[in-house]
Design a binder for this molecule. Sequence first.
Ligand SMILES: [Fe+2]
Length: 217
Amino acid sequence: MEMIELAYETGIRRIVLTPHYISGGNGYEPEKLDRLYDELKKKIRSVHPDMELFLGNEVMYSSETAEDLRRGCIHTMNGTRYVLVEYLPEVPYRVLTQSMGELQRGGWWPVIAHVERYSCLMETKERINELIEMGGYLQMNTNSLTGSRFNWRTRKCRALVRENKISFLGTDAHGSAHRTPECKETLKWLKHALEKYDLERLLWGNADRMLHGEIIQ
Ligand SMILES: [Fe+2]
């Protein structure tokens, strides 16, 4: 509830909740998640009727992921074909591309979580382009866009956003004290850096299409 309050203050009105999914890990039960989600929606409705919540998972990729998806153990983004997938920071590029292909053959549309975290992708721009050409969608964390403009990582992330390589921004929020959903600083930079059309797409349009299961061009 505290996290949602912070998001609301920032101006966020739609949230896709994406708790971690680790195959075979920590007694994860999809039904329990559905229950908690319903409870939370009820609570929010009475406090902020204009706040919309949706459900998904952030899936740590493993050799089980495709099968778990097929069996319906994983919450895709609002029940669509879109799946938020994350990897360990040191994932080899070959694993990224192969797993993306594997998920796509299963009928899923992978969204690569916090794309700026993988060293194999930050080395060259060709790989980012290649993933997009393969049909992958890239997500970046809002706090990766703040920081000094002399920081090479911030600059790189900002360049990717300016070049429209990023389909989704996410807060990657984990709490109300640390890694919070607050992102006013980032919103300020985005408004200054992007044209109105691109800004609207990144903050709203793409996510809206995703939630309806529509393809993003
Ligand atoms: Fe993550």
